[in-house]
Design a protein around this ligand. Sequence first.
Ligand SMILES: Cc1cc2nc3c(=O)[nH]c(=O)nc-3n(C[C@H](O)[C@H](O)[C@H](O)COP(=O)(O)OP(=O)(O)OC[C@H]3O[C@@H](n4cnc5c(N)ncnc54)[C@H](O)[C@@H]3O)c2cc1C
Length: 475
Amino acid sequence: MTRTIDTEVLVIGSGAGGAVTAARLAEAGRSVLVVEEGPWFDPDAHEPSSLEEFTARWRHQGACAALGSPGIAFAEGRCVGGSTEINMGLYHRLPAHFAAEWRRKYGIADFDDATLDRYATDIEKTVTVSFLPGEAPASSAVLEHGADALGWKSTEFARVFAYDDKGHGTKQSMSRTMIPKAVAAGAIIQPDCTVLKLNRSGRRVTGATARLGYADGSSELVTLRADQVFVCGGAIQTPTLLQRSGFRHNIGPGLKFHPTVKVAARFSHPYDHDEVPVHRVTEFDPFLTIGGSASRRGHVALAVADAAPSDLDRVLEEWQNVVVYYAAIRSSGSGRVRALPGLRAPLVTYGLTDSDLSRLARGLVHLGEVLLAAGAVELFPSIAGGPIVRSREDLGQWWTALTRSRSNLMTVHLTSTVRMGDASDLTGTDSYGRVWDTDNLRVNDASLLPDAPGVNPQAAVMMIAARNADAFLST
Ligand SMILES: Cc1cc2nc3c(=O)[nH]c(=O)nc-3n(C[C@H](O)[C@H](O)[C@H](O)COP(=O)(O)OP(=O)(O)OC[C@H]3O[C@@H](n4cnc5c(N)ncnc54)[C@H](O)[C@@H]3O)c2cc1C
């Protein structure tokens, strides 16, 4: 006999979607249990993007990939707070023209600008959206200087950061914001608890079967019994759990990435490496964005090793002179998540189109132009075997070198594997996240975005989660 735990509302996953859902429902007086597969750490426990953080809070220690031609590496958080604990905290509201397009195509009710603005404003009060209080670090200003020299538009992005009097910033992840709000309102957060399957009876979900882990390495199977269930495991794990539990209508196809290429840029003097650049080149928005990446020694080594393994020792001798930048596209391709019998991890595939590949090549060349204009002396692209570029005339080689077999792509933006909206032929849930043909099962995370948002997705995920939680409360 497994132990049974009863709750009114079960929230599965504690990331951007789950934490907002839990805070909203607990504050409205509902009895909420949040179960999270990953551990619960103090948000300051690990240096960002360090080996320790990869091991403790990233799913599969950061090594996940979608199969395809080419394969695309992706990342997800796995801890209380989800991916918000490991992300860069860059914040951008969902562009209004995408919201309008989605409203029309997917038949999403209550998705007008006024409603979305109201929810975004409300969320922003809790997560503290702000700009840098002082001058941008040099690694960030590179993008502004390069863009200015070329006559291109660039801007500083806001982040979910709170600053003290001395200008020291702290990222306002879910474990610092929505999770404490939920707990203060009575929600229970259970880390180290993996939901294996949802239990159903006709149109109703009665709860879930989960494995609860303990510090000594032991674990037990538990039955979680709930009146209402919200699945908030993120765009890969949510469709996996739903499929494994027998829900299949539009669950898993439509996966959207922002495929990304990178360039390690060597300058003639050292740069800062503690902060991720906050500037973006916005000249080619919304289909192509240029920005800066985490650039610790390991990131630099990985980026250079791609293009020029034989130059690695030389470049690493002065790795502080190197910063990693990226170009990300809005993709016309899409992917799929499939739960496989007997396996814990799903099969993830992504079909990059020819136009995606040529947009990525264009992004790489524009990124090279900006970096050279800002004073970079040597550029290492994420193309196996290079070519290394030292002047603007050399950049044309990247157009032909970025092929399906040589490109090395990654992404941290994963969406759209369930999709919401009343157009049930296209979506997995109604306009508020209720899974079709169920009475009490809802999705409330990045899976619901009908398409890639073209900007960092956390803002859209939180805003939609708050809206859907309120819609649930009003029924
Ligand atoms: C490295 C990185 C950098 C990023 N940078 C930015 C950025 O700067 N700005 C931005 O806007 N976005 C950024 N993102 C994306 C953003 O963090 C995500 O879009 C957002 O967090 C998605 O929210 P979510 O609730 O769908 O999933 P998540 O936040 O990923 O949370 C899902 C949670 O559910 C848990 N879970 C999954 N399955 C189960 C299960 N079966 N049982 C129990 N628990 C389960 C997971 O362990 C995880 O903790 C970044 C993402 C990454 C990975």
